[in-house]
Design a protein around this ligand. Structure first.
Ligand code: G1P
Length: 275
């Protein structure tokens, strides 16, 4: 499937990162030398996206917008020179499903990647390209194996037939089940390649888990219609939504990012050598 549009929900306020996020939105928290959101947009561009639709919350939309507009030209960001960014405001925090639905008009009936703005893929993971390649015309969800302790923090798929070693038909989905209720150990890691029919399902949803409009409920509707595949990917995204994960993300990116890698690697090694 050829996909050149990406939707990036980035409306979260980042309460678990307070007080860092009292003024600065979570999307602009720095990771090494650029904000979290910039890493995600660069991942989408590297996978071929030429239009980026970013969903932000009111009150911080100007701040986020001015980061990307005020850099002395978008060409300062790797690959963004020929890319159009469309900003969409989610008026109220009604849930991830509602945030994605806000992008419907901008997407305009095309297949699209969806990248959660607080999950950063290590550069070079190639997750989105692999998902688009795995599609036979159906939507594809990136999956990773979850431990029993993790299932209550993720959407979990129920599985049908395996079409390849790492591609499976999805028959259902549950948002954040406990380990005993989880239908499998494969969960949604925050990267999705959707056909536009997902918007029909999103538009018909009632509030679900936590009283919010859940993207996972639209995935379940796609799955019930036989229109949903899962692709198991090797890389786990880095979560920047809480302090311990944020520090880990900074470390992993600092060790992988060419401008910092050599010196930072030596620094970390010197710490480990200390008694
Ligand atoms: C969201 C989704 C969940 C998904 C997760 C990936 O949850 O609702 O289905 O597995 O992202 O990170 P959140 O992390 O926003 O609570």
């Amino acid at each position: 499937m050829n996909v050149d549009v990406a939707v990036v929900p980035a409306a979260g306020r980042g309460t678990r990162m307070s007080p860092a996020t009292r003024v600065v939105p979570k999307a602009l928290l720095p990771l090494v030398d650029r904000p979290a959101l910039q890493w995600v947009l660069e991942e989408a561009v590297a996978a071929g996206a030429r239009q980026l639709i970013v969903v932000v919350s009111p009150g911080v939309d100007d701040l986020i917008f001015s980061h990307f507009e005020g850099m002395g030209g978008l060409d300062r960001i790797a690959g963004l020179k020929d890319v159009e960014i469309t900003w969409v405001v989610q008026p109220e925090p009604l849930g991830l499903g509602d945030a994605v639905l806000r992008a419907r008009d901008a997407v305009g009936g095309r297949p699209f990647h969806c990248l959660l703005g607080d999950n950063i893929m290590p550069p070079g993971a190639g997750c989105l390209a692999a998902m688009a390649a795995a599609s036979d015309g159906r939507s594809v969800m990136a999956l990773r194996r979850m431990t029993p302790a993790e299932t209550s923090s993720y959407g979990i798929a129920s599985l049908g037939d395996w079409l390849a070693d790492d591609v499976v038909e999805i028959e259902g989905a549950v948002e954040k089940p406990g380990p005993d209720a989880a239908p499998s150990d494969l969960g949604f890691l925050g990267r999705y390649t959707f056909t536009p029919d997902v918007f029909e399902h999103l538009a018909g949803l009632d509030p679900g888990f936590g009283g919010e409009i859940q993207l996972t409920d639209a995935i379940r509707a796609l799955a019930v219609a036989g229109a949903c595949l899962g692709k198991v990917v090797g890389s786990a995204p880095l979560d920047v939504g809480n302090p311990p994960s944020y520090i880990e993300a900074t470390t992993i990116l600092g060790l992988a990012h060419p401008p910092t890698a050599e010196r930072y690697r030596a620094f970390v090694a010197s710490l480990l050598d200390r008694p």
